[in-house]
Design a binder for this molecule. Sequence first.
Ligand SMILES: N[C@@H](CCC(=O)N[C@@H](CS)C(=O)NCC(=O)O)C(=O)O
Length: 236
Amino acid sequence: MIRLHHCPQTRSMRSLWLLHELGVDFELQVYPFDKTLREEPYRSLNPTGRVPTLEIDGVVLTESGAIAQYLCESFPEAGLGRSLRDADYAQWLNWVHFAETISQHCAALTQQHVALYEDWMRSPTIMQLEARRLAKTLATVEQGLADRYLLSAFSAADIGAGQAVYMAQHFVPLDPFPKVSAWFARLQARPAFQRALPGDLSAMGGNLVSGAGLRGGAAPGCASPGIFLNRRSWDR
Ligand SMILES: N[C@@H](CCC(=O)N[C@@H](CS)C(=O)NCC(=O)O)C(=O)O
């Protein structure tokens, strides 16, 4: 049994996109991006109260990079992972985890732009610094893009980094990075990417087991300044 615990517009989109690319059966439990994640029964699965969480045959994983590795190793026939025997294994692994280097800046910027809801709480210095550091990570992707994908063919590395760029585009323009822009357009055209976007929950696929308090379609997420968090719901 595979069950993904997911909030739209967050890092769990990586895992959802990958599950769709793998074409496996899974259940999808969708939450609002608020303190529901800190409550039981979710807290027992993921004590830090974050998404994603993946349950797979009695195993629980709570890091998107680890989830990517575990799923790719569980379904090697899909060809989205690499193993130690492959010449590009180190590159693959590095890109799968580089996604988190991109995402941490997106998370910091989301905190500044969205979660800190009073002007006095925000720091223009941190906003500028984080945006510059985020742009540097995009420059790294620009430099690393071999051709159409990060490796010689589409893989979970593109999913991890691609989802991070999906978040990053809210904060930095992609225009200065032509290879990133073309690659990201290619990724966005994939049906599995589109099924992982927020919107009609029925289009998300998987076997949707529960909205767990979700009200009215996609929940607000952690990198969508256009969609406001129920900010006070995080106060504690
Ligand atoms: N390193 C973790 C980070 C997970 C994470 O921080 N997820 C965010 C959503 S993008 C979250 O759940 N945040 C809730 C919070 O910070 O309280 C991963 O890659 O899965």
